[in-house]
Design a protein around this ligand. Structure first.
Ligand code: PLP
Length: 362
């Protein structure tokens, strides 16, 4: 059954993105390596960073593999990582740090709130051993868009390593990577760039990668080794997800055709505003009141007896797949509005939801 994905990734991709995968590519062929290099160059441009200072490392696996590669390769034995967490993805950074045996502390924030710079400052003042800060930009758990500015400024002022999981935001909203002095930003192929799943990418400072080259705790998730190999001529260290790479390259071209990040942001934001206003009119209340991001929205169940499975199946039968909620203590579901999704799709979706509502009441 064909349906549109109203999820935070994988998401609905364009026909061309799917079509370019109909080719089998050799991994050490020059054309293929040139595609990898072009992807890395385009990502630097999208991030607005200078290639003398930053590089791009592509890493096999889903987004989490990229985050784990950064934590495992860049946090050294003398480091102390402060993790700001306001959702499941912040919590995943905690789990990874635990598994890797890192020295870390957690600033835990409720899912509906944003980490606050003054609290981070208090952590830093209280514990001068902290050397690095990690946080999520768009917390896909709730849909909140965390503000990076003030925490980034603190990290810069105190010369701390600043790591940002921008998985569900990079490419969909402008992020001033150099201005915020982000040391490592992680995102993946199947979110706002609108490619298909298979690899993550890390935009990182060359000097930090060089300086931390001996820290990697994993052979395959070693940022420095991957960087050194890839930087020679675009060859990945181990088998690369060739079809995903081709699709991603096409998706980057389409992002440029759309007008770049600012245009894509406007489309996502308009989708999101339309979704929230139509849903509110139908009686579904958004969970996030302040700092709602333009990518995904959590809605409360409209009543206690709300049957999510029946709702989900009805929407699926009518061409849309949504996401269950992820905020543990709240009964909610989520609707994403990124990917090849336009205002017509949102209008169609909310019509289907209106029909469902009528059907259930009768
Ligand atoms: C999607 C996502 C990830 C990575 O999830 P994977 O399933 O490993 O791709 C990490 N952080 C955030 C905020 C995400 O939205």
């Amino acid at each position: 059954m064909e349906y549109k994905l109203l999820t935070p990734g994988p998401l609905t991709t364009s026909r061309r993105v799917k079509e370019v995968m109909m080719v089998d590519h050799c991994t050490w062929d020059n054309d293929y390596k040139a595609i990898t290099q072009d992807i890395r160059q385009r990502l630097l441009t999208l991030a607005g960073v200078d290639e003398t200072e930053y590089t791009v490392v592509l890493m096999q696996g889903s987004g989490s593999f990229g985050v784990e590669a950064v934590l495992g390769s860049e946090i050294g034995p003398q480091d102390h990582l402060l993790i700001c967490s306001n959702g499941a993805y912040g919590q995943r950074i905690v789990q990874m740090s635990d598994r890797l045996g890192l020295n870390y502390s957690v600033y835990q924030v409720p899912d509906q709130e944003m980490p606050q710079a003054d609290v981070v400052k208090a952590y830093l003042d209280h514990d001068p051993t902290i050397t690095s800060i990690a946080m999520v930009h768009s917390e896909t758990t709730s849909g909140i868009l965390n503000d990076l500015t003030e925490i980034a400024a603190l990290a810069k002022e105190r010369n701390l390593l600043f790591i940002v999981d921008a998985m569900s935001s990079f490419g969909g909203v402008r992020i001033d990577v150099a201005g915020l002095d982000i040391d490592f930003l992680i995102s993946s192929a199947n979110k706002c760039i609108q490619g298909v799943p298979g690899f993550s990418f890390i935009i990182g400072k060359k000097a930090e990668i060089e300086q931390r080259k001996d820290f990697a705790r994993s052979l395959s998730l070693d940022i420095y080794s991957q960087y050194k190999e890839m930087d020679k001529d675009g060859k990945w260290r181990f088998t690369s997800p060739t079809h995903t790479v081709l699709a991603f390259h096409q998706a980057l071209i389409e992002l440029e055709e759309e007008g770049g990040i600012d245009e894509r942001y406007l489309r996502y934001r308009n989708n999101n505003q339309l979704l929230r206003s139509e849903m509110t009119a139908l009686g579904y209340e958004p969970v996030i009141k302040d700092h709602q991001g333009p990518f995904i929205t959590s809605f409360y169940y409209p009543e206690k007896e709300f049957d999510f499975d029946s709702f989900y199946n009805y929407l699926k039968e009518h061409g849309f797949v949504i996401y269950p909620g992820k905020i543990s203590e709240l009964a909610c579901f989520r609707i994403g509005n990124i990917g090849e999704i336009y205002a017509e799709d949102i209008k169609k979706l909310t019509k289907v939801i209106a029909n469902y509502k009528e059907m259930v009441v009768v």
